[in-house]
Design a protein around this ligand. Structure first.
Ligand code: HEC
Ligand code: HEC
Length: 243
């Protein structure tokens, strides 16, 4: 049994010790901010991207660093799974990329047809700069690594120079690859495209890629509006994917 004065000493000593530990830990946290907050990379483009993010209430649907609403995907590490080209293509007209699914708003500021190519590109570049900056903040492992085998991926990692994917046009290896794989690399939303030229004839592929819904009304393959040289380059490439 403690005496009254021993109890008092115990209480005061314990409080003092905990207070000191609290102050030291707070100082340690504050000292780590400059290293972890990635603030030295906060360029004007990042700041403009942040304005786009806050002004348009993207957080009304998305979370960033866990903050926001849970309707749409967490975007803290979006640049790990999406290329800037994919994001530009997606933001131009989000519904087109995911026909018949949950809807992301179409913002005119990202659509060259609405605000002109230069303005749309600047806005996309700014939001991409912002996402890139957020993705590089040291968040102690948040968010947990997703199961990438299940997730669509638009970043072709470590493509062997001799692989079929290395010969793909940029549009293919940055946008189509988000849903399709070649040689085991890429997304699994659509079928793997290895050997596709042995399965499908060239005319069918032309029709399919330029307007999938005209071939199969309820397909979830997006109509990406490809035409001209971009379309020809993709078709030439697909023709090389033989069994
Ligand atoms: C009304 C809700 C809503 C708002 C507001 C919204 N989004 Fe989205 N967003 C979505 C949904 C839903 C998806 C997922 C589409 C799907 O998978 O079908 C999405 C997907 C995305 C993706 C692709 C993520 C991935 O991993 O594929 C990006 C990038 C994105 N949104 C950026 C933005 C930006 C930038 C803003 C603000 C300018 C914004 N969103 C505002 C609903 C929203
Ligand atoms: C958002 C995901 C998505 C993107 C991006 C996408 N596709 Fe697809 N693709 C699909 C899906 C899903 C299917 C299967 C559709 C079906 O059967 O209804 C498909 C089917 C195909 C097929 C037919 C394959 C087969 O074996 O039957 C080809 C070829 C194809 N896509 C090429 C492309 C090319 C080239 C691009 C880029 C220009 C592209 N896709 C972009 C989702 C996507």
């Amino acid at each position: 049994m403690l005496t009254k004065s021993a109890a008092k000493t115990f209480f005061l000593g314990g409080t003092a010790l905990c207070s000191i530990a609290f102050v030291l830990l707070t100082m340690d946290t504050l000292a780590q901010f400059p290293d972890r907050s990635n603030q030295e990379n906060m360029t004007p483009a990042v700041v403009r991207g942040n304005h786009i993010w806050t002004k348009n209430n993207c957080m009304g649907c998305h979370t960033l660093m866990g903050e926001g609403a849970y309707y749409a995907p967490e975007l803290t590490k979006v640049m790990d799974r999406r290329s800037p080209e994919w994001i530009a293509e997606f933001l131009k007209d989000p519904e087109r990329m995911y026909p018949g699914r949950r809807k992301m708003v179409k913002y005119d500021m990202f659509d060259p047809a609405e605000v002109g190519a230069e303005e749309a590109k600047k806005n996309v570049d700014d939001i991409v700069a912002f996402f890139t900056w957020v993705g590089e903040i040291d968040l102690n492992g948040f968010p947990a690594e997703p199961d990438l085998a299940q997730a669509p991926r638009a970043q072709a990692v470590d493509v062997a120079p001799s692989s079929n994917l290395a010969k793909a046009p940029v549009y293919f290896s940055t946008v189509c690859i988000g849903c399709h794989s070649v040689g085991g690399q890429g997304g699994q939303v659509g079928p793997a495209l290895d050997g596709v030229a042995s399965r499908l004839d060239a005319e069918f592929m032309r029709k399919w890629i330029s307007d999938p819904q005209s071939v199969k009304a309820d397909t979830t393959m997006p109509d990406l509006g490809l035409e001209g040289d971009d379309l020809e380059a993709i078709l030439d490439y697909l023709a090389t994917l033989k069994e």
